[in-house]
Write a protein that binds this ligand. Structure first.
Ligand SMILES: [Zn+2]
Length: 500
């Protein structure tokens, strides 16, 4: 297909996490008459993408959402949905990026918004507060009544990482009276590229303490409630019940589904954001007025299929953009003003500077918020996300860093395969290793021989264990994984190796 034809073809937009399978192409022109034909043309051209989109019996995987223009094909004719030249097919992947970790005031959304607890719990504004919030007070959509509402509001930020940072700063500055923060991490030097809530002097300190210091300095009106826990099925309902709006700034699927489910069960709005490399997604899930996250993604992708920000990287400014958009949604919900992003998924592409909006429908079969919902309580989210049983290899398929070191020192004939991404390889690597990212392994198998003694490694050993299992199925018998990955190597064998 040449350039001239592509303007009159059906274009498939490839999201960043899948571009590794399309030789980097962001758009692929096809000539199919239906969604199924167009996708088949894509998989004929790029074979490696097949298993990411389709099950073995040829059905679209349920964590792969496909849109034609701004409509979800599940509500059209699925793979049989007709397409015509000029149409755009978009593949929307689940992405989890964010940080480890309401109004629910339905009445406020209707106009005129009746006062909530605001007037009763917040006294008149002091002269200092009049001055601090003056740019809000002269804004008709906020005014004195709106500012009082903000001061009486309680917002929970799940995660104080890349997304949580701008959220905490702007919501505190705006005078949201109570900010609950969920995080149990300490500040790492690698956080500072995007987590603007923290400074260099905070490195090594608990995030919650550093965040509280910064917020108190920014606005002493704000009460910070620290939840120094890993949000879990045991504590989520108890914590979330105390807040009006919940903001999801997590970086992993188990917490994302947990936050969604708890919010649906407690009827709290969930302001969703996720980021990966240069792309982000924003929406507001409020099951009482629209779809929930499970209406969009009923199932998580299998572990390892979607890389995390730690593996895939993220532009430091992107969480600033996406987190700030989430913050705008929070303030609108609290004030009961404007049009919240309910039933709409905003796609942000920082590389192309484009914003696209897709409709999200309420899934009539949603197990959580549908009319025949079957799930009435929280579940085990590690297990739900397939993380209950990480790839565990028998000991004979693992090699300890010290043992590998002595073999290398003896110049044993070992092929070292690095299955990380090129950017990670540039930071640190074992001398003489061959870089074959995990997702390229199937295509580049020809570069390895089954008769070789192969040791595979990655950052911590997860991707390499998965690669070893794969290589075994491809007939490799002398293949092992470096236990603990380069992190263990740097700790136990070579402390001069940079870590990240
Ligand atoms: Zn739902």
């Amino acid at each position: 297909m040449n350039e001239g034809e592509s303007t009159m073809s059906v274009e498939i937009r490839i999201p960043t996490p899948l571009r590794g399978f399309t030789s980097g192409a962001a758009k692929v022109a096809t000539s199919g008459a239906t969604v199924g034909e167009a996708l088949s043309e894509l998989t004929r051209k790029y074979g490696a993408i097949q298993r990411h989109l389709f099950t073995e019996d040829g059905r679209l995987r349920n964590f792969v959402i496909v849109y034609v223009n701004d409509e979800d094909v599940r509500y059209l004719q699925r793979e049989a949905t007709p397409v015509k030249p000029g149409d755009v097919i978009t593949i929307i992947p689940s992405i989890a990026g964010g940080s480890p970790g309401a109004v629910a005031y339905p009445a406020l959304h209707r106009s005129p918004a009746p006062p909530r607890t605001a007037t009763s719990t917040v006294q008149k504004l002091s002269p200092e507060q009049m001055r601090r919030y003056s740019r809000h007070l002269i804004l008709p959509e906020v005014g004195l009544a709106g500012q009082r509402k903000l001061l009486a509001s309680r917002v929970l930020l799940v995660g104080t990482g890349g997304l949580g940072s701008p959220l905490a700063l702007y919501l505190a500055a705006a005078g949201v009276g109570t900010l609950g923060l969920v995080d149990f991490d300490t500040v790492d030097a690698s956080n500072l590229q995007r987590q603007v809530l923290f400074g260099t002097t905070d490195v090594g300190h608990p995030k919650l303490e550093a965040a509280e210091r910064r917020i108190r300095d920014l606005n002493p009106d704000v009460k910070v409630v620290k939840h120094d826990v890993h949000l879990s099925s045991e504590n989520a309902l108890d914590i979330i019940a105390r807040y009006d709006v919940v903001v999801d700034g997590t970086d992993n699927f188990p917490t994302r589904y947990l936050v969604n489910d708890a919010c649906v069960l407690l009827k709290k709005p969930n302001v969703y954001g996720s980021i990966y490399r240069f792309e982000g997604q924003v929406s507001v899930f409020d099951a009482s007025r629209g779809p929930c996250y499970r209406c969009l993604y009923s199932q998580p992708p299998p572990p390892g299929l979607v890389p995390s920000c730690a593996e895939g990287g993220v532009l430091g400014l992107l969480p600033g953009l996406v987190g700030t958009l989430q913050g705008v949604e929070v303030v609108k919900l609290l004030l009961g003003k404007g049009e919240p992003l309910i039933g709409r998924l905003l796609l942000v592409d920082a590389l192309g500077t484009t914003f696209r909006e897709l409709k999200i429908r309420k899934d009539p079969d949603c197990v959580l918020c549908g009319p025949h919902a079957t799930q009435k309580s929280l579940v085990d989210y590690q297990e739900f996300c397939g993380l209950g049983t990480p790839t565990i290899l028998p000991p004979e398929l693992e090699i300890e860093p010290e043992d590998l070191k002595s073999l290398l020192d003896q110049s044993a004939p070992i092929t070292l395969v690095d299955v990380r991404e090129p950017g990670e390889y540039e930071i640190c690597r074992l001398p003489g290793s061959k870089l074959i990212p995990r997702n390229s392994l199937a295509e580049r198998l020809g570069e390895l021989s089954t008769s070789e003694d192969v040791v595979v490694y990655c950052k911590v050993g997860g991707r390499s264990a998965d690669a070893v299992k794969f290589l075994q199925t491809m007939g490799f018998t002398k293949v092992r994984t470096l236990k603990g990955g380069l992190d263990a190597w740097a700790q136990r064998v070579d402390p001069s190796m940079p870590t990240y």
